[in-house]
Design a protein around this ligand. Structure first.
Ligand SMILES: [Zn+2]
Length: 167
């Protein structure tokens, strides 16, 4: 067991990496790789799969690693091992799928409210709002939509001009 197996969480899971430290995971490739070690050979428990996926996605995000560069021990040049004993294409596809699901969920989240162009103004504001339309300070469309700074500036300017002309 290498000395950098700093903690042992029992049979299923070992923390054998510190993100800031070069660890011994793959001979001749340690200096530029980030290791996740799952104990077992080809058949892992659901908890192990789950922990791997969570840690892998975290590391990918943190170190900006694309899924194509998530490799199994045996896939490294010069490695003569069957480790980790599973088809890494399946692992990568699963990661890809789960990352896409996150992306889609994030995309869908901020739902903009739908503003109607010809909506009626709120009852409590209708009288004065309609007056601003009549004065051509605003055109009366989208009465509930948030205002942009440039729109607010133009409306203020129109009101100012009206006031100056009425003097
Ligand atoms: Zn290995």
């Amino acid at each position: 067991m290498p000395s950098n197996f700093t903690q042992d969480y029992g049979l299923d899971f070992q923390l054998c990496y510190d993100p800031e430290e070069i660890t011994n995971g793959v001979g001749n490739h340690n200096s530029y790789t980030y290791h996740i070690c799952v104990v077992g050979n080809g058949s892992f428990t659901a908890a192990q799969e789950e922990a791997f996926e969570e840690r892998c996605k975290l590391a990918m995000k943190r170190l900006n690693i694309p899924v194509e560069r998530v490799l199994g021990h045996k896939e490294f040049k010069g490695a003569s091992t069957s480790c980790p004993g599973i088809d890494m294409n399946l692992v990568r596809n699963r990661l890809k799928k789960s990352l896409n699901e996150v992306k889609t969920a994030q995309k869908e989240e901020p739902k903009m409210p739908e503003y109607k162009k010809d909506a009626a103004p709120s009852k409590s504001l209708a009288k004065e709002f309609n007056a601003t339309v009549e004065l051509k300070i605003t055109d009366g469309t989208y009465p509930q939509r948030p205002v942009m700074r440039e729109e607010a500036a133009v409306m203020a300017y129109r009101a100012y001009e009206k006031a100056m002309n009425n003097k």
